[in-house]
Ligand binder design. Structure first.
Ligand code: IMP
Length: 429
């Protein structure tokens, strides 16, 4: 049995939570390897709805959750999330959650800088979640991050805070934002230490052992390939690599331990925040998708921009993301639309492209080239087999497979975990 990595194939919010939850029931360990509490995964389990941001989804199913070193961890957000799910009856403790000792922390300076910078950018803002994700990753590669293991060494922590504040206060001063004092930050971190350190360990050792003993591991991606810091619509991206390759570096495992890579794609496209979106719809069809698909951000509550399925972009995500199979979600949201469009390429300044070029100007100018397909009037909501789908819906799915050059292995037809059509078992490789 292979391991499975799940990544988003568009701009996030593809319904990874449900698919990960479905797969988590068959894994022994679920690992987050990038992102932070900018992610929002909604899981519906019976009459409970869990909204997770940092916790690996597997904890809801009684599995071991691991937060890998590739994540940026906000300690307050983590403890608040543990308390929130605790109030729903789900106990999270060092028994079912382990955190890599080398995980960089998000401190209050990070959201402060994130927000001050966004405000200074005015109309050119990225539209970040304001959670401090970008500044925390900058500190990691700038070699001044405070990491979980530092909480066990008060002297190291104190010296590192000096370095961190030297950098951040200079920036905050320049942006006209309030600066931070060291002592309150140090006191807060030292107070957090006994709560967080019991979760800390060298998770690479545990994952190495899991590999050696053939335990099934699920790598749970956050955000999506088009938000990848290298491969996405830069600079309108998040600050981590969201492609499957980062599951190895962000968890501390070998690339060949990843196994099958499942890309999650919605049957249409959405995006939150700023940035290019060639198939965006500004008409009543777009509004209809938003209303029927309940397209509001899990983390920020912002309405999502909606548009037609962009096969050209998902094909690109399949190639750079290492995707071997697609889980197509929210097909039912298209029920009742008489004519559907799929983007197969772009016209950019009179030239035809079969990929989205990297330059920001070209991306902004990209006009979609559409193929029109017949829609269906019947409901696909809750379908659990291919036979229950109208012929036009099957044709739509088949055409997507051809265009994105990857098979659809799962089809999700409602938020309920069991309303899933399985065409191939991802754990079978
Ligand atoms: P950041 O990750 O907060 O820096 O935000 C950068 C960009 O990524 C913004 O456009 C956000 O809306 C987007 N983003 C971050 N996390 C998610 C997510 O979980 N789903 C969808 N978009 C996200």
């Amino acid at each position: 049995m292979a391991n499975v990595a799940v990544i988003g194939a568009q701009w996030g919010d593809e319904g990874k939570g449900k698919v990960v939850d479905w797969l988590a029931s068959r894994a022994e360990i679920v690992v987050r390897f990038q992102g932070g509490h900018n992610a929002g995964h909604t899981l519906v389990v019976g009459d409970q709805t869990y909204k997770l941001s940092l916790l690996p989804s597997g904890v809801v199913r009684g599995k071991l959750g691991i937060i890998g070193n590739g994540v940026v961890l906000d300690p307050d957000a983590l403890l608040a999330e543990i308390a929130k799910v605790g109030a729903q009856g789900l106990k999270v403790s060092p028994e079912n959650l382990r955190i890599a000792e080398n995980t960089p922390l998000i401190l209050p300076v990070h959201p402060a800088l994130d927000k001050a910078r966004e405000a200074a950018r005015g109309d050119a803002k990225i539209g970040t979640t304001g959670r401090g994700i970008g500044p925390a990753y900058e500190d990691k590669v700038g070699r001044r991050a405070i990491r979980l293991c530092d909480l066990a060494e008060p002297e190291t922590l104190s010296a590192k805070l000096d370095q961190l504040l030297l950098h951040h206060n200079a920036l905050l001063r320049g942006l006209g934002a309030p600066q931070f004092q060291k002592q309150p930050l140090l006191d807060a971190l030292l107070a957090l230490a006994p709560k967080l350190l019991p979760y800390s360990e060298a998770v690479w050792e545990r994952l190495d052992e899991a590999h050696a003993t053939n335990k099934r591991v699920l790598f749970e991606g956050a955000q999506a390939v088009m938000l990848d810091v290298d491969h996405g619509t830069y600079p309108y991206v998040t600050s981590s690599n969201t492609v499957a390759g980062n599951a190895a570096a962000g968890a501390g495992v070998a690339p060949n331990a990843i196994g099958m890579v499942l890309g999650i794609a919605k049957a249409y496209t959405t995006r939150v925040g700023s940035g290019p979106f060639p198939t965006e719809l500004h008409d009543e069809i777009g509004q209809g998708l938003g209303a029927r698909g309940r397209e509001f951000g899990t983390v920020t509550g912002r309405p999502r921009r909606c548009g037609w399925f962009d096969a050209c972009m998902v094909r690109q995500a399949v190639k750079v993301g290492g995707i071997n199979g697609i889980a197509l979600t929210k097909l039912d949201v298209l029920d009742g639309i008489t004519e559907l469009k799929i983007c197969t390429g772009y016209s950019i300044n009179g030239q035809v492209f079969k990929r989205l070029p990297a330059a920001a100007g070209a991306q902004a100018a990209a006009q979609p080239i559409y193929e029109v397909m017949e829609g269906w009037t019947q409901s696909t909501y809750g379908a659990r087999s291919y036979a229950e789908l109208p012929a036009a819906a099957v044709k739509y799915v088949r055409r997507i497979e051809e265009l994105v050059e990857a098979p659809v292995v799962l089809l999700s037809t409602s938020p309920e975990r069991d309303d899933t059509i399985t065409l191939r078992d991802p754990f079978a490789g």
